[in-house]
Design a binder for this molecule. Structure first.
Ligand SMILES: Nc1ncnc2c1ncn2[C@@H]1O[C@H](COP(=O)(O)OP(=O)(O)OP(=O)(O)O)[C@@H](O)[C@H]1O
Ligand SMILES: [Mg+2]
Length: 244
């Protein structure tokens, strides 16, 4: 079952088509890799699908066959979409725990800081923080965490959204092996629970081991798609990487 699909999606920056008539499909219970050389349009595709950038053409079909010609950032939660950023975005001056509670309670920053939280939300936050190995740090300010811990907290925030489609933009980049294992386990679990998991990743061994299907982007267009093993052998895919 497709949870998100694009039809001839276009995103332009001036005269440059960063996303150029892209057709992709993200299925329930599948981990889909989004790969391609630097500047090929992976992040722009996610930015467009999550409403951070307005689209310039084409259609986005969300679940239940709703066809959209514009994705508003305020409505992405309604469509069950969530994401992480290539460069981490957190509330730096809030504690690790409050960074999660803001998402879990759908309150604004002030609400999360000053309102009392129900046990249910606290228990859920504790579960998720334990899963990413940050529970010991729950009282510390997000801004004091190491780079890897910050990435894990951002992933924890995405997971706590309980979405149907998760976009992870290079979640493994810069992580130590132990942290990589944690992230792999989380991606697996989301997939097993029936989410559509979309992974942008430059490490092809990770793509081979994690992805059920993958799309290769080059200059904003999909140049190959299919099972990772087969796709990564294709001459045009190898050329696209070597050409950069
Ligand atoms: N805000 C922007 N304004 C103008 N051009 C942009 C903007 N964001 C991206 N681009 C351009 O769009 C193209 C696609 O960039 P994008 O960041 O989506 O690539 P990417 O595949 O995510 O690359 P990387 O693997 O390096 O993260 C590039 O040519 C980039 O320079
Ligand atoms: Mg990118």
């Amino acid at each position: 079952m497709s949870l998100l699909e694009t039809k001839k999606l276009v995103k332009k920056f001036g005269g440059v088509r960063a996303v150029d008539h892209v057709d992709v499909r993200f299925e329930a219970g599948m981990l889909t890799g989004l790969i391609g050389p630097n500047g090929s349009g992976k992040t722009t595709l996610i930015n467009t699908l999550t409403g951070l950038l307005p689209m310039d053409g084409g259609t986005v079909v969300v679940s239940d066959n709703v066809a959209l010609h514009a994705v508003r950032p305020t409505s992405i939660a309604t469509y069950g979409l969530t994401r992480t950023f290539q460069s981490v975005r957190l509330f730096e001056q809030m504690s690790v725990l409050d960074n999660l509670l803001v998402v879990l309670t759908e309150r604004n920053v002030w609400g999360a800081l000053f309102e009392r939280h129900g046990k249910y939300h606290l228990d859920t936050a504790e579960d998720i923080l334990k899963k990413v190995g940050l529970w010991e740090k729950h009282h510390e300010l997000a801004g004091t965490l190491s780079y890897g811990q910050r990435k894990l907290l951002e992933i924890a925030r995405a997971v706590s959204m309980r979405a149907r489609v998760y976009f992870f933009d290079e979640p493994f980049a810069g992580l130590f092996p132990e942290m990589r294992k944690v992230v792999s386990a989380i991606l697996h679990e989301l997939r097993e629970n029936g989410a559509a998991v979309v992974l942008v990743e430059h490490d092809m061994d990770l793509i081979r081991s994690l992805a059920d299907y993958c799309y290769v982007l080059d200059s904003g267009t999909v140049i190959a798609e299919g099972a990772p093993e087969a796709v990564l052998k294709q001459a045009n895919v190898i050329d696209a990487y070597l050409g950069k």
